[in-house]
Design a protein around this ligand. Structure first.
Ligand code: ADP
Length: 446
């Protein structure tokens, strides 16, 4: 139920087919919206092992099967009439993540991360630290891709000593609770050996219906922890997790409110927080010392296309934030450099496809701040330049912007691609835009 675009639906379909199952994939989206995902399972469709029911769900599909695998994106699953029909018919319901955690070879080597913000960054930092400390690591979950194939696929790269780093959303955690398990297949809820909670702020209330339900779902991260397990939380008074009751024998590691790791390759105080959390989690594994973990986390270059440090050429650092497709995201990216090294060192490239956002905040950056330069490209370039009172440098293309920057930049400067607009006017997608930026940086400046 729910093929989706992020790899989990395709992955679990392939895995089930590899186990010999006959799979019906059903999704409310019509086929044209799901094309890339469908193409990935095309051979299985052609062989007749997988069939499709797209653009609708059909109750009888849910009541005549052996197992329903729900996509965690399905909102308020307890209210969903198709899942209710499956439950009423005694059909077990599970998720890709649940199938995977039930097959992990060694729970003592699991670290799972949740929180409202900073999940992906903290999880990626933990995976980075452990890998560079010489550990085997499998990293999956909400970060994307198919976790079940990494855990239980025919070529799964996992063994009893592999550390499993699992980023979990509140939706995924909802499905890991014991009460979600139908009576026909009783099994306990699942929580990791090391639980990491970055922070809790109101989020995804459309899915959960209430803040209480959201926080209760997040608490599954610790609810089924066992004696000897560890929960890493922030000790700030407003933070819910610091007050959560932990099961007996679970050790709470509470980070001081100002815990931070300095000297990171990536900017922003929130990342210094994330690094402190990641270091604490890795130290808790007893496989890495604090000194080593801090040294390694400083080399973390960020998630791809999200304020990612792609290189330093002639004393100038290049950051790819191509994933920024809204003006708000660009303002956040700029803010990350406001203290260090200061916006007067930042050459910011903005603009792209016009999806109707208010572009004035982008243009105003050239008026309200002392940016080293605002370079406007793409379809929205002229509108951004107009909103900047003519202070932005209209460059039309990314290549032209990069050449303009080359003649103006000084050692210690930052070149930041954070477009605040979608990419489709000049690029296939944001990944293509980001990789073009990296290539140009190398060609023009390297
Ligand atoms: P998530 O996976 O929880 O969505 P990410 O690590 O992908 O989080 O970060 C997404 C955005 O959230 C970042 O660009 C940043 O603006 C913000 N963010 C990251 N870490 C934190 C944090 N510790 N506290 C507050 N905001 C954060």
């Amino acid at each position: 139920m729910g093929l989706g675009h992020f790899g989990g639906g395709v992955g679990v379909t392939r895995w089930l087919a590899a186990q010999g199952a006959t799979v019906l994939v059903t999704d409310l989206s019509p086929p044209d919206k799901l094309k890339p995902a469908i193409e990935q399972i095309r051979p299985l469709i052609d062989q007749g092992q997988v069939s499709l029911r797209l653009g609708e769900h059909n109750v009888s599909d849910f009541t005549t099967c052996d197992l329903v695998v729900a996509n965690p994106a399905v909102p308020k699953p307890w209210d969903n009439r198709f899942l209710r029909a499956a439950s009423a018919a005694g059909i077990p319901i599970t998720t890709e993540i649940r199938l995977a955690v039930e097959r992990l070879p060694n729970r003592a080597r699991t670290i799972a991360i949740t929180g409202s913000n900073g999940k992906s960054t903290s999880s990626a930092m933990i995976a980075h630290i452990l890998r560079h400390a010489g550990q085997e690591v499998v990293f999956g979950g909400n970060i994307g891709g198919s976790f079940i194939n990494d855990v239980a696929g025919s070529q799964a790269p996992i063994g009893p000593n592999t550390w499993v780093v699992l980023e979990l959303s509140s939706f995924m955690l909802h499905w890991l609770a014991a009460e979600q398990t139908p009576a026909r297949t009783p099994s306990a809820g699942w929580s990791p050996h090391i639980a990491v909670i970055t922070n809790i702020a109101p989020n995804h209330l459309d899915w959960h219906g209430s803040l209480e339900h959201y926080e209760a779902s997040k608490q599954q991260l610790v609810r089924d922890q066992r004696p000897g397990d560890i929960a890493v939380v922030h000790a700030t008074p407003e933070s819910g997790p610091a007050r959560w009751t932990l099961p007996p024998g679970v050790q709470r590691i509470a980070l001081a409110p100002d815990a931070a790791v300095s000297g990171l390759a990536i900017p922003g105080s929130h990342n210094r927080d994330n690094a402190a959390m990641a270091v604490a989690a890795c130290v808790a594994t007893r496989n890495v010392s604090r000194d080593v973990a801090e040294r390694i986390v400083r080399t973390f270059k960020g998630l791809p296309h999200r304020l990612e440090l792609i290189g330093e050429f002639r004393g100038v650092r290049f950051f790819n934030d191509s994933k920024s497709t809204t003006p708000d995201a660009t303002l956040l990216a700029a803010r990350a450099f406001a203290q260090d090294p200061g916006l007067r060192h930042v050459h910011l490239i903005v603009g792209g496809y016009d999806k109707g956002s208010d572009l004035a905040p982008l243009g105003r950056l050239a008026i309200d701040t002392n940016l080293a330069g605002l370079y406007a490209i793409g379809t929205t370039g002229p509108a951004i330049a107009a909103a900047s009172n003519g202070r932005a440098i209209e460059s039309q293309t990314l290549a032209a912007a990069m050449r303009a920057i080359a003649s103006r930049m000084k050692p210690g400067d930052i070149v930041l691609l954070s477009p605040g607009c979608a990419s489709w006017d000049q690029f296939e997608n944001y990944e293509h835009r980001g990789s073009t930026f990296a290539t140009l940086a190398q060609e023009i400046h390297g």
